[in-house]
Design a protein around this ligand. Sequence first.
Ligand SMILES: *Cc1c(COP(=O)(O)O)cnc(C)c1O
Length: 222
Amino acid sequence: MSIADNLKAIRATLPSHVTLVCVSKFHPNESILEAYEAGARVFGENKVQEVSRKQETLPKDIVWHFIGHLQTNKIKYIAPFVSLIHSVDSYRLLEEIDRQAAKSGRVIDCLLQVHIAQETTKFGFSPEELTTIFAAGKWGELTSVRIRGLMGMATFTDDEAQVHAEFRSLKTLFDQIKIAYFKDQPYFDTLSMGMSDDYRIAVEEGSTMVRVGSSIFGAREY
Ligand SMILES: *Cc1c(COP(=O)(O)O)cnc(C)c1O
């Protein structure tokens, strides 16, 4: 199937309130343009250099999301154009994004990444850490980042019950934080969960944004 066919098939399975982020990391501009011609506008990348290069050369109405681990010294390269950072995994990073966003005269939308999987290698806040940070309240002083919601990745496993349970736990945390801190802020509306292998489960568990790569573009060549 072509990229356009893949996109069509995936879109057909997504409810209208779920945003599809086309994860184009490691794929060339030509593939992105193919998806673009088929109507895709939201693309996700996980390397600062790669997204900067693509942003410079591809159509300006593309909405770029950053989904990878971000080093504080590299924020400045994406701060002028990035639309949403899914992968804020420390409070220090959030503060630094705030600083760089201010320098660019922007407010940058961010998701806080929560560690829900069993694997120990994945980045993110633990649910307890996240709760502590919100309770401390200092985040409320940041004026150039807007916390739009949470992001998480489930364990890479065939055990669907476990994947369901992990996504459900993130949705519960999302709802708790929304009620406690963002009740009157409708912009706290984004729960980014689900990739090629598990986005259907994620949507069942309340995802509002799925990040799909290989099911659209095929396998990545590293
Ligand atoms: C690569 C990546 C994806 C997409 O993965 P696929 O399995 O190719 O759909 C989604 N989210 C993050 C954070 C990624 O790094």
